[in-house]
Design a binder for this molecule. Sequence first.
Ligand SMILES: Nc1ncnc2c1ncn2[C@@H]1O[C@H](COP(=O)(O)OP(=O)(O)OP(=O)(O)O)[C@@H](O)[C@H]1O
Ligand SMILES: O=P(O)(O)OC[C@H]1O[C@](O)(CO)[C@@H](O)[C@@H]1O
Ligand SMILES: [Mg+2]
Length: 324
Amino acid sequence: MKRIAVLTSGGDAPGMNAAIRAVVEQGIHHGLEVYGVYYGYRGLVEGDFRLLTLSDVHHNIRRGGTMLYSARYPEFKHKEYQEKAISQLEKFGIDALVVIGGDGSFAGALSLSKLGFPAVGIPGTIDNDIPGTEYTIGFDSAVSVALDAIDKISDTAASHNRTFVVEVMGRHAGDIAIWAGVAAGADAIIIPEEEFLIEDVVRRTEAGRSAGKDYSLVVLAEGAMDVDNFVEQFQILAPDQSVRGVTLSHIQRGGTPTARDRVFATLMGARSVDLLIEGQKAIYLGVREEQLTVFDIVETLEKTEHQVRQDLFQLNQKLTDRGN
Ligand SMILES: Nc1ncnc2c1ncn2[C@@H]1O[C@H](COP(=O)(O)OP(=O)(O)OP(=O)(O)O)[C@@H](O)[C@H]1O
Ligand SMILES: O=P(O)(O)OC[C@H]1O[C@](O)(CO)[C@@H](O)[C@@H]1O
Ligand SMILES: [Mg+2]
């Protein structure tokens, strides 16, 4: 193996740069040339490749976003585009590809592996929604940004005895909502994985007030319901409450990556290069019980579904069921 490439794809996630840096440092350490593919799969198909040096990456470990830029490029679902990408990789003499991205990007890596091109995935998405792994790079940073914003909202909520409904990201997964909601002591957490009744949410907020709370907080995952719709229905059921809805939106994707995201990104970036050198062709990395874990990309992606932390969700349900 002489030459590898690395790309970032889908929504950017804090810690992607730390992963890129580790791939480049480890690749160069092993005597490889490491190319950066700019703008995800679009750049792969168009041949937007540049040789990376240590000076391109060494200062990037602490930066959010992705220095390789990213793209949503639905065309890549089609085989002819995947074949074009492989032709570009072959034209540049590249032996293997590291894909840093979310579940969609992993589907792209899977398709390349199935066509015979060696690829390894590094989970980089704030959504934490990749099957198999309990953790994706960027999730910890996003939760921390969401929690910081929710804490600030809670200050003003308490001052006016208000109820705030805060919509967080996560696409079809409730992970950010669960972690930020538990950490903020939310009266209710609404996730797409669990059915809910707005009547029950109202009951929980009222029980909290009866128990002496001076504000109420609902953390709503974007995949469960639109926040404006939720607030409208909530207000009808609770006309005496002063309710506000807030969407945190893309702020959750920005900012400095946390230590946890940087450390796992570094571990995964370095290990991805080692695994490619060992001859692996169709795998991705993840975390199980705090340990770096290698998954077979075909087996795991095609046969497993992402699971949210039901234990945390149920704990919050229990703590906020104050029994009115
Ligand atoms: N089924 C698929 N087959 C091949 N490529 C795919 C497939 N699904 C997605 N991709 C490619 O991966 C890119 C990124 O996917 P997507 O937009 O779902 O983001 P993601 O990687 O899941 O990240 P995030 O959810 O954090 O934004 C797509 O724009 C497309 O180029
Ligand atoms: O940046 P875009 O294309 O608006 O996508 C937003 C989506 O990307 C994510 O931020 C990351 O997947 C999701 O949480 C959200 O649904
Ligand atoms: Mg995704």
